[in-house]
Design a protein around this ligand. Structure first.
Ligand SMILES: [Zn+2]
Length: 266
């Protein structure tokens, strides 16, 4: 089975602090080359542990934790989830793949995972745009991200059912569009509403530009800031779909998608 579930769709400082929407990240189920389903957890922000337990998912079954950059709405629960992935720190297993800022610190950012926790997984890898790593036979590439943490990355996860493109916090940039070409499912962080840009983040029209240039079979909007939540994320998705003709869905907390021959949302 290849599927993904949104353990949170909030983003930015106030939506995370006030938990206007959950911030548990994206949980993925990916079939590896031996047919076994692997569990990847991307950007476990505040409350990720609680949200996954509420969804009936066991933190003891995680195989890999991926962290895109050094802001707490992306990394806050990483350490406790590393403890889960490594059976309470007792087994050297699982993988932690993250930006250099998260693992080693970079300029004013990080590190945001302690030495103690970095010593626990079997694989720990700081990754930069353009680099890739094989995890259980599943290729994970780091993509370019133009964000305030200069070491930020996005991810391209090559599942047997196509590429899931995870764009992390970024400004609109040609290099982001180029990096995510060929995605079957594209996930974009829409922190800001129409005509309300702030540096280093995507507005609704920026997301439309990326989606229109990549034209994936399905695009998800997530990581909504307060203003987007207030205006209604589904209105943003509708605006983008009308403009681009690409199927675009505003993710909701707990929403899941089965990535099979078809793309089924439930
Ligand atoms: Zn950020």
């Amino acid at each position: 089975m290849t599927a993904l579930k949104f353990l949170g769709t909030g983003g930015g400082r106030f939506a995370a602090i006030l938990q206007t929407r959950a911030t548990g990240g994206v949980y993925m189920f990916i079939e590896d080359s031996s047919g076994r389903t692997r569990h990847f957890h991307v950007d476990p922000g505040p409350g990720a542990l609680v949200r996954m337990l509420a969804a009936g998912l066991s933190p003891l079954e995680t195989d890999a934790i991926l962290v895109s950059h050094c802001h707490p709405d992306h990394y806050a629960d990483a350490e406790i989830l590393i403890e889960g992935m490594t059976d309470g720190g007792n087994k050297k297993q699982g993988a932690l793949v993250a930006s250099r800022s998260v693992l080693d610190g970079e300029g004013d950012f990080g590190p945001s995972v302690s030495k103690y926790h970095k010593a626990k997984p079997a694989t720990v890898r700081a990754i930069s745009p353009g680099e890739s790593i094989e995890l259980f036979g599943i290729n994970v590439e780091a993509s370019f991200s133009a964000h305030s943490d200069p070491a930020s990355v996005g991810f391209r996860i090559h599942t047997p059912r196509g590429i899931v493109g995870y764009v992390s916090d970024t400004a609109l940039d040609e290099r982001v569009i180029k990096a995510h070409q060929g995605s079957r499912v594209l996930i974009l962080p829409v922190t800001r509403p129409l005509q309300m840009p702030i540096p280093y983040h995507l507005t609704v029209e920026d997301a439309a530009q990326i989606i229109g240039a990549i034209r994936p079979p399905l695009a998800f909007l997530t990581h909504f800031g307060m203003r987007v939540i207030k205006d209604g994320p589904s209105k943003a998705a509708e605006w983008i779909q009308n403009r681009t003709g690409v199927r675009t869905v505003a993710a909701e907390d707990g929403m899941a998608i089965d990535i099979g021959q078809e793309l089924k949302i439930f």
